[in-house]
Write a protein of this length. Structure first.
Length: 246
């Protein structure tokens, strides 16, 4: 079948692997949201946001339903959200956000990755101050006037709004141009409520740790850091990994 077949097969396997990781992460998000605020989407803003993200990730409805059923099972373990801070080789700062039902296992795994890749796990607060935690929303561009919309939304916590490079699928199944909204982490609920009051469809939402400054490395140094990032991102307990490498 030749090299072309093997190349296509490898790309497909990587895509499936990435999709499985995204679905696993969203499944944990559903469990956490329901354990915190119940199963009613109308009264649980966190669950409402996760369901939106499931749709954005094209997560099949049966998988979403299974995650919801699992979350309501009294035998389902609670996931504890734990953030680890550390340094990769060449002074790159890293934040690792996890959701785990076995903190000892997760600590051991994360520490071993840093050690094996010539990095080091640091104490709480030694890295996080280099990042700003932001909330973000993806909405359809439609007929929105950016300047007017920004002025209206500033009082609700909006920091920045701009046209996104990528299209997204709306509830009607159409590919539409989109806008990205950013605000402070604590203003997630205010922005979400304001968009819903304006009947603006939220295509996706979430949180990011944005580095205040980035550091540029050469090709070899970048490979050293990516080796650690790959190990962290492949771990089932890891939800998100952030770094300040350019």
């Amino acid at each position: 079948m030749g090299r072309a077949f093997e190349f296509r097969k490898e790309r497909k396997m990587k895509r499936w692997s990435k999709m499985a990781k995204v679905f696993s992460r969203l499944g944990k998000d559903i469990v956490i949201a329901i354990k915190e605020g119940g199963t009613e989407v109308d009264t649980n803003a966190k669950l409402r946001a996760v369901i939106q993200n499931c749709k954005a990730a094209n997560m099949p409805k049966d998988i979403v339903d299974r995650a919801i059923k699992k979350a309501t099972d009294k035998d389902t373990a609670d996931y504890k959200e734990v953030t680890f801070e550390g340094y990769a080789p060449h002074g790159i700062a890293i934040l690792v956000e996890t959701a785990t039902d076995n903190n000892q296992r997760t600590v051991a795994d994360v520490r071993s990755y840093f050690n094996k890749c010539n990095g080091n796990l640091a104490t709480s607060g030694s890295v996080s101050f280099m990042f700003d935690r932001k909330c973000h929303f993806t909405i359809p561009k439609g007929e929105i006037d950016l300047e007017e919309f920004e002025f209206e939304m500033i009082d609700h916590g909006l920091d920045e709004v701009f046209e996104n490079d990528e299209q997204a699928e709306n509830e009607a199944g159409e590919q539409v141009d989109t806008l990205m909204i950013y605000g402070a982490f604590v203003d997630f609920g205010k922005i979400q409520s304001a968009l819903e009051e304006k009947s603006i469809e939220i295509l996706a939402s979430g949180f990011e740790q944005i580095p205040q400054q980035t550091k540029e490395l050469n090709e070899e140094e970048t490979k050293d850091v990516e080796k650690l990032l790959d190990k962290l991102e492949d771990n089932d307990d890891v939800q998100y990994v952030y770094h300040n490498m350019t």
